[in-house]
Design a protein around this ligand. Structure first.
Ligand code: ADP
Length: 375
């Protein structure tokens, strides 16, 4: 059996390992701390920084294939290991492009894949750019952004005082009808499969995607276009693995690529119960170059994130479990993080129902019951 190394100890790693365990695939995790969601259930773990070259060399020696569940990791050492023949998927080129949002934008432009207009911010051009883009305008850090951090919407001139420091670009503010996403898996043979197009609903306060509805309630043409564009993005990257492609559906009905995640994605959690092959199993199939599984939807679904309650920090206490359990068709996932803090991703609930609207209603109800507070 091939051994799989996963850089990162978070929930995406955990859910991948749960699938690996079913197939008796050996896993080793590089985690910044233990216990962590992934290291608690992997066969083996190494504790260290995800930027530590020696630790990445160490995990690579233990495994046949190396992957990651987070993109903020050391790329230089991945290049070195690839040069020595190590199998790393998605490749270091992919992660290098994705780590820097401006490089992603350049790739999309080069491939003529629709995305919003953007320009790098420099001290010399800032005044000119404010005029050119007007307000509101979106400022994005080139590197290091995550879950809405590294994205700042400037509503007016006075917001310029709070601008993000460091390398960044301005992006046209898109009036969205919906935010949608498509998961794409691609193996080394170049075969691709796409999951259903889903709708993502974002929490205004935290800017975290906290509700996903599958399938997206959009027109057939929009649906097809979204699938096509998602595959185009992954092929442009020459990506091997699983990818979450986030898009904007504009008020005019146009689809623009927002960004690409080179790993399992929050918008694909629902696939665990709702699709023939979950995104996590598919991820394993893709990076180990097995045949890809069917992405068929078995039932409409709604997934809600469970975030740490505002105002609570410290050791986790789960409340409302019993009430939540009474909800028909609800599946609870708690990631096993020991410490909560406001808006930290602590788990999710997926509800399956023949009616999409009912799945949505029940998922919100489930989340009203289940709360993560601190002891
Ligand atoms: P992250 O890497 O943190 O997920 P994103 O680039 O996806 O960052 O931005 C987070 C969210 O901010 C998006 O899902 C969307 O709701 C909002 N956003 C980002 N870019 C734009 C834009 N150009 N116009 C309007 N809203 C945007």
């Amino acid at each position: 059996m091939k051994k799989l190394g996963i850089i990162g100890g978070g929930q995406l790693g955990k859910m991948t390992i749960l699938e690996a365990r079913k197939m008796d695939i050996y896993t080793c995790v590089l985690t910044e701390e233990h216990p962590s969601p992934a290291s608690e259930i992997s066969n083996e773990y190494i504790i260290g920084s995800l930027h530590d070259e020696d630790k990445i060399r160490e995990i690579s020696e233990k495994c046949d294939v190396l992957t990651y569940e987070i993109e903020h990791i050391n790329v230089e050492v991945l290049k070195e290991l690839e040069a020595k023949g190590k199998k790393i998927f998605p490749s270091s080129n992919v992660i290098e492009t994705i780590q820097d949002k401006s490089k992603q934008k350049e790739l999309l432009n080069k491939e003529n894949i629709p995305t919003s207009k953007w320009k790098r911010v420099t001290e010399d051009t800032i005044e000119q750019l404010k005029k050119e883009f007007g307000f509101p305008v979106v400022q994005k850090s080139c590197k290091g952004g995550y879950d809405g951090r590294g994205v700042f919407i400037l509503k007016n001139e006075s917001d310029t005082e709070k601008m993000i420091q460091g390398d960044s670009f301005f992006e046209e503010f898109i009036k969205c009808k919906k935010e949608i996403a498509v998961m794409v898996a691609r193996n080394s043979d170049g075969n691709t499969v796409t999951y259903p197009v889903v709708e993502m609903v974002f929490d205004e306060k935290t800017n975290i995607c906290d509700t996903v509805v599958a399938p997206a309630r959009i027109t057939e043409n929009q649906y097809k276009k979204a699938e096509e564009l998602a595959v185009q993005c992954v092929e442009a990257l020459d990506g091997v693995g699983i990818f979450g492609v986030e898009m904007f559906l504009t008020e005019e009905g146009e689809i623009l690529i927002n960004e690409i995640a080179p790993r399992p994605h929050n918008s694909g959690h629902y696939t665990i119960e709702a699709c023939k092959t979950s995104q996590y199993e598919q991820f394993i199939r893709a990076v180990l170059n097995y045949s890809l599984g069917s992405c068929d939807l078995l039932s409409p679904a709604c997934m809600v994130n469970i975030l740490g309650e505002d105002g609570y920090a410290g050791q986790v206490k789960v409340v409302g479990m019993e009430e939540m359990m009474k909800i028909d068709g609800a599946y609870l996932h708690l990631y096993g993080k020991k410490e909560t803090k406001p808006f930290r991703k602590m788990g999710h609930i997926t509800v399956l129902n023949d009616s999409e609207e009912e799945a949505y209603r029940l998922a919100l109800k489930a989340r009203e019951h289940l709360k993560i507070i601190s002891e």
